[in-house]
Design a protein around this ligand. Structure first.
Ligand code: NDP
Length: 388
């Protein structure tokens, strides 16, 4: 049966993986809307290829280019923040939320408010708006399918079980490309070194987050909202091979783990086919060739991000939104060569010191207000510590 699909963030890494699976199963999907920020030509090409009804750029200044590229195709074009939310609010069977950063929050909330089923890759949205978003999911009868590989693994390990029987959820972390670097060398890491992930091919922002371990910090907060077992039952373990994507231990000491290739098409396929399964073009996992699976405790001295995330979620209120906003500002500054690698988490820590002053957000507008204020504050901290 053909199902309708909207893909937010179609021109990114998750977008490409999603469309690769859709391309292999064209009879299964009718694409309603595809979105990007400003990759107008690429978006137009995808909209034509997949027969989308609507293409939207978040950056309104790129709309003219999108319109020109779609001229004569009959595909509707739109631009701007509001247009992204309107696209996400159109009724479809599945929305894949793969915009990077808190910029995805408004569209995700629009999809939730129409009671849709959302495959959520956009972790920053859930980190920033955790309680507001989960309350909206319950109020509107929406369904969140965790697409992040770790949360998708946990989701799979929880199937048929009761959260009350969970003793512990363990998120695995690859440790990123700089996992073995000493602190002094970390300070000199370049953007190219930080994005060179050993196992996963991803967008630049999440690749830097993996290198700082902030990705795991964000995922810790994400897991807290998706699987409310209590913070004391959430753990992180470093597992450099990225074969086990996460684990759930039950109170009888039985541990279920999900294993698979380090390719986002596996968790995306799990969401596209949910509650069933579908083929992917990936090779079977060859454990004998992999040979060895190793595990380490996280080193929060060299990589303080997971500590900061834990402190932010313990503090609650606006702290997770501030952590996320400051991290987005710091990662962009690092990628632009404006601050050293180790400044990223230092800046987040400084930004968090203000979290007590910020009001507890209880609506989407308030979360966005906290996000904007935290960005301004983090940017002012940047000026103090810029290296250029
Ligand atoms: P990319 O940077 O590759 O792609 C981001 C997408 O979002 C692009 O389509 C981009 O459009 C669009 N976008 C960027 N900024 C905005 C904005 N301000 N408004 C609207 N659209 C915008 O990111 P990834 O695909 O790597 O990651 C997407 C999300 O999925 C992130 O939240 C990430 O943490 C999460 N995730 C990613 C994984 C991966 O393997 N990549 C794994 C697990 C989670 P444009 O091309 O025009 O800039």
């Amino acid at each position: 049966m053909t199902r309708t699909l909207t893909l937010l963030g179609a021109t990114g890494s998750i977008g490409a993986s999603t469309l690769d699976l859709v391309r292999r199963n064209p009879a299964d999907w009718q694409v309603e809307a595809l979105t990007a920020n400003c990759s107008a030509r690429e978006l137009a090409g995808l909209a034509v290829e997949f027969g989308a009804r609507l293409a939207v750029v978040g950056d309104e200044s790129c709309l003219a280019e999108l319109r020109e590229a779609l001229a004569g195709t009959g595909i509707e074009a739109a631009g701007g923040r509001r247009a992204l939310c309107e696209a996400a609010a159109r009724p479809v069977d599945l929305t894949v939320a793969a915009i990077v950063g808190c910029a995805g929050l408004g569209p995700v909330m629009a999809a939730i408010e129409r009671g849709g089923t959302i495959a959520l890759a956009n972790k920053e949205a859930l980190v920033s708006a955790g309680e507001v978003m989960t309350a909206a999911v319950a109020r509107h009868g929406a369904t969140l399918l965790p697409t992040d590989s770790e949360h998708n693994a946990i989701f799979q390990c929880l199937a048929g079980n009761d959260l009350d029987d969970v003793a512990r959820i363990t998120l695995t972390a690859s440790g990123g490309p700089l996992r073995t670097w000493p602190r002094e060398r970390l300070a000199k890491a370049t953007p190219a070194e930080a994005v060179a992930h050993p196992n996963w091919s991803m967008g630049a922002k999440i690749s830097v987050d993996s290198a700082t371990m902030m990705n795991k910090g964000l995922e810790f907060i994400e897991a807290h909202h998706l699987f409310p077992v209590g913070l004391d039952r959430l753990r992180i373990v470093v597992h450099p091979q990225s074969v086990i994507h996460s684990m759930v231990e039950y109170r009888d000491r039985s541990t279920l783990a999900q294993l698979g290739p380090s390719d986002m098409r596996v968790p995306i396929a799990s969401c596209l086919a949910w509650p069933r399964r579908m083929e992917t073009p990936l090779e079977p996992l060859d454990l004998a060739a992999i040979g060895e699976l190793t595990f380490f405790a996280p080193d929060e001295v060299r990589f303080p991000a997971t500590r900061l995330a834990r402190e932010a979620i313990e503090a609650g209120g606006s702290a997770p939104a501030i952590l996320n906003a400051a991290n987005e500002v710091a990662v962009a500054a690092f990628l632009a060569g404006h601050i050293p690698f180790t400044r990223i988490t230092a800046l987040v820590e400084e930004a968090l010191q203000r979290s007590n002053d910020a009001p507890r957000p209880s609506s989407l507008e308030e979360v966005l207000g906290v996000d904007q204020a935290a960005r301004r504050h983090a940017s002012s901290l940047l000026e103090t510590f810029a290296i250029v």
